[in-house]
Design a protein around this ligand. Sequence first.
Ligand SMILES: [Zn+2]
Length: 65
Amino acid sequence: MPVYEYKCNKCKAEFTYLKLRVDDEPLCPACKSRDVTKKISSFSCSGGGFPGSGFGSGLGHGGGC
Ligand SMILES: [Zn+2]
């Protein structure tokens, strides 16, 4: 399940976000800013889609493991 950790660049709040769609844009729950940075968190199977590189269209059904 693609749960990502984010940190807000504006108010420095850290939050997790369940990304259901690739084009989903996380919002900071505290200040509603979109200026957030994704943190690489507990990605148990880092073989296929690694966030950031070549990852865009194919993901959406598990990531391949
Ligand atoms: Zn914020």
